[in-house]
Design a binder for this molecule. Structure first.
Ligand SMILES: [Fe+2]
Ligand SMILES: [Fe+2]
Length: 231
């Protein structure tokens, strides 16, 4: 499965082997479908028009990076083709109350001409549970789902989080000080704690903590500079 814009060509063993999966055979059509399906779907007015489309692409890449970190020599811990396609489409119904199951049903409907029955069933399984996180007994979740869930959280933290919050605050005519003060009044700590418990793997948690620290350091410096300090 090939990743579009900002992406790379995935070395799926299925794609490179003699037998191509139905997804690999139809990857150009799937990428076109992806772009068209997300066109005009903007969750919030301050978000960029391709926000959810690009989020899906980043989650696919991030999920595979996590796999390579957590399972260094076990590429087949997941099926790349179904994992990538599920990642791409996982938020196709974002904004609806039941966006997991509605999204899974809708994605399968869209993808039906381009995937085998087995692939559709796998894509459905992943999308339908992508937001069903457990804080304890995480071993009950399949590995591919855990990787997708962690990638999904990690994509909301770090530099993109700063950009997204700036955009939201600017839209609501809030000030740079309003942004920075959240990091000293407990607002950001509560946000960070809420997602911290939902991370599945210790390796993902380490990345999460590094991203959280980056955001805190940035805001603390911003607050100092807003108060007229040199740095
Ligand atoms: Fe979601
Ligand atoms: Fe998501």
């Amino acid at each position: 499965m090939r990743l579009p814009a900002h992406g790379c060509f995935l070395s799926s063993p299925i794609y490179r082997g003699i037998i191509m999966s139905t997804i690999a055979e139809n990857q150009d059509a799937i990428l076109k479908l992806l772009k068209e399906s997300f066109a005009g779907r903007v969750g919030f007015p301050w978000k960029e028009p391709e926000d959810k489309y690009l989020h899906g692409i980043r989650v696919a890449k991030l999920g595979l990076h996590l796999r390579d970190i957590i399972y260094p020599n076990q590429k087949d811990i997941l099926c790349e083709d179904t994992f990538v396609v599920a990642s791409y489409f996982h938020d196709i119904c974002n904004g609806q109350d039941n966006h997991e199951t509605a999204g899974a049903d809708y994605a399968v409907k869209l993808l039906a001409p381009y995937c085998s029955k087995q692939e559709l069933s796998e894509v459905h399984r992943l999308i339908a549970r992508h937001d069903s996180r457990v804080e304890k007994n995480k071993s009950i979740l399949p590995e591919d789902l855990k990787l997708l869930q962690d990638a999904d959280i990690l994509d909301h933290i770090g530099s993109y989080s700063i950009w997204a919050t700036f955009s939201e605050f600017a839209y609501h005519h809030k000030t740079p000080y309003d942004y920075a003060i959240q990091f000293t009044d407990g607002t950001f700590d509560r946000f960070a704690e809420r997602f911290r418990k939902k991370i599945n793997y210790p390796e993902s948690l380490a990345i999460y903590e590094e991203k959280i620290s980056f955001e805190i350091e940035f805001a603390e410096r911003m607050l100092r500079e807003l108060n007229g300090q040199p740095r």
